[in-house]
Design a protein around this ligand. Structure first.
Ligand code: CTP
Length: 387
């Protein structure tokens, strides 16, 4: 239908980017990006009318999103050439042709288009030997300024490498390393970097990608004081093993914060503040990280020796999910299981009928800090003996 509407408006229309890549790889992909040689917004409005979809235009970028009744979305863009006034910032846009549009993209594997107009329906537009790279499993930039125009592509390169088991090609790797040293990644806003890392964490093998980010020296430009040692690697492995159990028990657990408990270990206060400003960690998260960092070794041995819950409670109290995640980095699998039983006890234990008022009346006490202390002790006892 999109092709037919293109024909009706006399505009060449293409499906581009990740959809084409995955189609050729025979992998399902429902992220549809359409590029129009002509006015993309006008085209989107026409399609919206025909198919009863809502059109959300972004005039500045000559793009629009079509939102269908069932929530399905299609992005429509005007073929464009992007100018980057400053590296790392969002681009300025100029209307252009499909070839130039594709040339401005990140990697050859993402720079193909398929025409949708009926007279050429299904024709693959491959100007830069993209299909060959896709077949050979090569991640290659289209031009030498690619990473300067958008430094987050350095992280994307690793994501695609890991996802498809591809390899960044040598010249691309050279340029990537030069641009890393040129500190281009540092010019990008923290939120964009964070988004890219979050995308990596959604992949099937995030550890493999993190390792590669470390190996290529990219991680150092994201977390400047992180030394990626084999110990750190092991810690992260353990965190990823533990994470599903935490997610079953707490809502909205961020994988980014989870790995940060390890990546930001033993940071000095100043750099930690820089990281907070850059990546937007909540103040509480950072404070709790700092507070519990030196408790990890004692807690580890408490868990390993299967200390009573009440004794563990004395040290970390009810804790919070990120303290538990951090601690899990130090624990073998059966010790992680014991930690989970502690978490379950914390989440399921309540004093119910025993309140401050009850204690005051039952033991004829005066209100004061001692009441809280009694309640805390009763709670700790109940952790060990729920009945
Ligand atoms: N793109 C780019 N530079 C970027 C991000 C995106 O050139 N920094 C282009 C690529 O052509 C990409 C397309 O925009 O294929 C769509 O981007 P996006 O949806 O982020 O990625 P996909 O390639 O679709 O990958 P994924 O499967 O992870 O969604």
């Amino acid at each position: 239908l999109i092709g037919i509407y293109g024909h009706e408006l006399k505009m060449p229309v293409y499906v581009v980017g990740g959809f084409v890549r995955d189609l050729l790889l025979n992998i399902p992909n429902y992220d549809i990006d359409i590029v129009v040689e002509g006015n993309g917004i006008e085209f989107a409005k026409y399609v919206g009318k025909q198919l009863d979809a809502i059109v959300v235009p972004y005039e500045k970028f000559y793009t629009a999103t079509l939102v269908f009744k069932d929530g399905f979305k299609i992005d429509i863009a005007t073929a464009r050439t992007e100018y980057y006034e400053k590296p790392g910032e969002l681009p300025q846009v100029d209307v252009s042709t499909i070839k130039k549009d594709l040339y401005r993209r990140d990697f050859t594997i993402n720079a193909m288009a398929i025409k949708l107009n009926p007279n050429e329906f299904g024709v693959l537009y491959d100007f830069f030997n993209c299909q060959r790279d896709l077949q050979e499993g090569i991640i290659r930039i289209l031009h030498n300024l690619s990473f300067i125009e958008d430094p987050t592509r350095m992280i994307r390169a690793v994501r695609f490498e890991t996802r498809y088991n591809f390899r960044i090609e040598e010249h691309t790797l050279d340029i990537l390393k030069k641009n890393l040293e040129g500190k281009y990644l540092e010019r990008v806003s923290g939120s964009r970097i964070r988004q890219e890392i979050e995308k990596i964490l959604e992949e099937r093998e995030p550890m493999k990608a993190i390792r590669r980010l470390a190996e290529l020296g990219i991680l150092k430009h994201i977390f400047p004081k992180t030394y990626y040692t084999p110990t750190m690697d092991e810690k992260l492995e353990r965190v990823f093993k533990f994470l599903p159990s935490v997610k079953e028990r707490y809502q909205n657990i961020s994988d980014f914060y989870a790995i940060s408990t390890v990546l930001l270990e033993f940071y000095d206060k100043e750099t930690l503040d820089d990281m907070r400003n850059r990546y937007g960690y909540p103040k509480k998260f950072i404070e709790s990280l700092k507070f519990t960092e030196n408790m990890m070794m004692p807690l580890k041995s408490m868990i390993e020796t299967r200390l009573n819950f009440s004794d563990i409670y004395k040290v970390i109290g009810k804790g919070n999910p990120y303290i538990f995640i951090h601690l899990s980095a130090y624990l073998e699998e059966d010790d992680q299981e014991y930690l989970i039983t502690y978490i379950d006890a914390i989440l399921n234990t309540k004093l119910e009928k025993v309140s401050g008022k009850y204690v005051i009346e039952r033991f004829s006490l005066k209100s004061g800090p001692v009441i809280n202390e009694i309640l805390e002790r009763l709670y700790a006892m109940k952790l060990d003996n729920p009945k």
